[in-house]
Design a protein around this ligand. Sequence first.
Ligand SMILES: Cc1cc2nc3c(=O)[nH]c(=O)nc-3n(C[C@H](O)[C@H](O)[C@H](O)COP(=O)(O)OP(=O)(O)OC[C@H]3O[C@@H](n4cnc5c(N)ncnc54)[C@H](O)[C@@H]3O)c2cc1C
Length: 412
Amino acid sequence: MKDLTELCLELDPDSWLRWHEALDEVASIGLLDARETAVMQRAREVVASDIAPRAAAHDRSHTFVHDSYQALVRAGLGALLVDPDLGGTGDTHVAYAAAMEEIAAGCGATSLVYMTQFHAMYPLLISGATELARTYVPQLASGAIYGSLGITEPAAGSDVAGLATRAESDGDGYCLTGSKTFITSGDRADLIIAFATVDRALGRRGITAFAIAGEPSGLSRGNPLEKMGMHGSSTVELFFDRVPVANDHVIGQPGGGWQIVMGSVMRTRIGAAAQGVGLARGAYVRTLFALNSIHGRSLPPEVETGLTQVRGRILQARLLLLATARALDLSDSVRTGEVAIMKQQCTDLGWWATVECMRLLGSVGDLTVLGVERCMRDVLVTRTYDGTNDIQALLTGRDTALQVAQAQGAPS
Ligand SMILES: Cc1cc2nc3c(=O)[nH]c(=O)nc-3n(C[C@H](O)[C@H](O)[C@H](O)COP(=O)(O)OP(=O)(O)OC[C@H]3O[C@@H](n4cnc5c(N)ncnc54)[C@H](O)[C@@H]3O)c2cc1C
């Protein structure tokens, strides 16, 4: 039996590639076309060389993953979902999901910053705000600026319709007053997509999306909050005290913000789901690598049984993720319930699989050098943001009721 300190529990870049390739499932990889496979491969390579090796240091030091994110941009992965006329590569949601999985497997925090860049782009891309999209999307996609999506408030998390940040019109534009909380990249964002209400009495119909650029008067940013996981990403509070926003920085129509949020989440939820699968896979590969270092090729039978369960459930979630992403690529009629099921199942799988890997490793799982405990800490929050998994269950329930009504012949 080797001394613990002699065990080589860290995957070097070559081993990272070899182990991930060997453990890939043909059934899931087979769902990608040649171009999507190339995107996944490119993501895997940059993760192996530039991202996974830095993940533990960012986790320990809580430093922002600027270097890791910029490596993704240099590898041409910053603009996957963006049309070529806006400087993007026009890749599919399947390619995005596959890349996101690879990034999350290497470093959860990098995947969160990467995802947030796209979350800041979606409202510009889907609202018909052509000029704003032309100005800001290429900058976000090239990593020249960071973006944030500001929806959550201290008293409005799941209940987005209850947000209280006020937008008062003065003819030339609006002044925003209120606060946002738990905003990813909010301490450094050069562009904040903020949602506020032009009239609380209107409920959802008052919600409006604004693009806040630079450092306007009245904007103050809190210090990064100390979190359980995702240490290399920053999460802050934002305070608005009559922050001026010009009329040409209203995204879409006044009162059109709710539609923008709802339209965005149908796609943004692929990101959280892919993080769930990616972090599960990251934990699984690291677990097999460590068990192999400890036991050699013949694993204890009870461990093998546990690994079979983890492998099977990761494969199921991966197939669900890629199939839903494909449906979103091909059709405008994907149901809210289908996206909610994907988000809930893939992120629940992430939590279950990382905890199970920790159990199978026994006390070795507690060693930070392995990175499995980091995957577990990082994955928990994927069940919370982008609509908690309770909210996904609620959405699925409502959608099922609609399906039943449709089956009964009610007009849709
Ligand atoms: C690391 C991190 C990064 C984040 N990044 C961003 C970001 O960039 N931008 C942003 O806008 N927000 C962000 N968020 C906020 C996140 O989206 C919210 O935390 C989330 O929407 C939940 O809101 P809440 O925390 O206020 O919980 P609450 O809504 O207060 O919910 C508390 C609990 O009650 C449950 N619950 C609430 N309502 C219902 C219901 N109707 N039925 C059943 N159960 C219910 C919830 O599921 C949860 O378990 C981030 C959060 C974290 C932790």
